[in-house]
Design a protein around this ligand. Structure first.
Ligand SMILES: *Cc1c(COP(=O)(O)O)cnc(C)c1O
Length: 377
């Protein structure tokens, strides 16, 4: 099945009882048992719900995995995966991970004794050096947020296997439409489905896919025990969003290519970050492991003042956190999504006050370019 077909016909589709072509919203908490312990697949909706299950089957198919799991947010998905580890365990992570991921590792999970080291995962030697005796996993985000650094998933998975570690990939930016980490050896793929997968800025959700039966049992155990599940209504919204993921990603890609071309030659733009540019350090790996480059672009215009000026002038780019929706969004990571990362660390990473991140939406590219052109002056 080709990717666009899979989005429509993958997982569980429709309703066998009525012929409804869309999976019904099973807004229910519990299920009748014929006798004690004798039930029809479902007993309680934290453990399993038919609408959530349809979504979980779909994301499993889209990521070529063994089982899928839906959570109440991307952070709930990430935190639940981290609950596979125990006090004293250590995880090596990408240095410019999503701000919330950095926060949960360094301010919450550290309290439970789960240790983490943040390194530049684009440099395999640095990752090797960061592996300790108690390391249990390598966690990468690729491309990263907001600098769009690209990590070689196959190389990281190989390194993980050699050292008996799990490899975990946050695939939020590229989505399963462009990139399938499990095909490159990853053990666990996770998503903030709030972004492209939902795609319409109307649902907060997280998804996890694993590559083995053993991991499926463990993640299900955590999901059912800790209970950070996605509700049926939001599961349905995500299934609905996913049906158009292919056409949306194709259009995001086309619009982004045009905008990158415009920004690359604009005198106000000092630096531009996009994996699709042949000058981008991750371009080769990107071409190798992904079918597209995504709709996220970051560019540096030099100062907080200039960034504020741009933000006040754009009409079609909404100043907001989040990304991956039909409407174009704009943000200043240093003062928004990455504000929870200390300033000296941000400067070290290149997340300056003049760095602007855009999520290119599905408006007409000509309008978006005209908007940026006027605002940049
Ligand atoms: C948004 C985001 C998250 C967190 O997801 P939520 O749905 O906001 O909890 C994690 N990783 C990446 C890359 C993100 O962009």
């Amino acid at each position: 099945m080709k990717p666009k077909t899979k989005l429509i016909h993958g997982g569980i589709t429709g309703d066998p009882h009525t012929g409804a072509v869309s999976v019904p919203i099973y807004q229910v908490s519990t299920y009748k048992q014929e006798a004690v312990g004798k039930f029809n697949g479902y007993e309680y909706s934290r453990t399993g719900n038919p609408t959530r299950n349809a979504l979980e089957e779909l994301i499993k198919d889209l990521e070529n995995g063994v089982a899928g799991f839906a959570f109440g947010s991307g952070m709930a998905a990430i935190s639940s995966v981290m609950m596979l580890f125990k006090s004293g365990d250590h995880v090596v992570m990408t240095d410019d991970v999503y701000g919330g991921t950095y926060r949960v590792m360094t301010k919450v999970l550290n309290r439970l004794g789960i240790e983490s080291t943040f390194v530049d995962t684009t440099d395999l030697n640095v990752v090797k050096e960061a592996i300790q005796e108690n390391t249990k996993a390598i966690y990468v985000e690729t491309p990263t947020n907001p600098l769009l650094k690209v990590t070689d998933i196959q190389a990281i998975s190989n390194l993980a296997k050699e050292n008996n570690l799990l490899s975990i990939v946050d695939n939020t930016f590229n989505t399963p439409y462009w990139q399938n980490p499990i095909d490159h050896g990853a053990d666990i793929v996770l998503h903030s489905a709030t972004k492209y997968l939902g795609g319409h800025s109307d649902v907060v959700a997280g998804l996890v896919v694993v590559n083995s039966k053993e991991l499926a049992e463990e993640v299900h155990f955590v999901q059912n025990s800790a209970g950070a599940i996605l509700g049926p209504q939001d599961s349905w919204l995500l299934i609905r969003g996913l049906k158009t993921l292919g056409v949306r990603m194709e259009e995001h890609e086309k619009n982004t290519a045009k905008i990158v071309k415009f920004l690359s030659t604009h005198p106000a733009v000092e630096k531009i970050y996009y994996p699709g540019l042949s000058t981008h350090p991750g371009n080769d790996i990107s071409v190798n492991q992904s079918r597209g480059f995504g709709g996220m672009v970051s560019f540096d215009i030099g100062s907080a003042e200039k960034a504020d000026d741009l933000l006040s002038k754009v009409k079609y780019f909404t100043l907001a956190e989040s990304l991956g929706a039909v409407e174009s969004l704009i943000s200043v990571p240093a003062r928004m999504t990455h504000a929870s990362i200390p300033k000296d660390r941000r400067d070290e990473l290149g997340i300056t006050e003049g760095l602007v991140r855009i999520s290119v939406g599905l408006e007409d590219a000509d309008d978006l370019i005209e908007d940026l052109s006027k605002a940049l002056g």
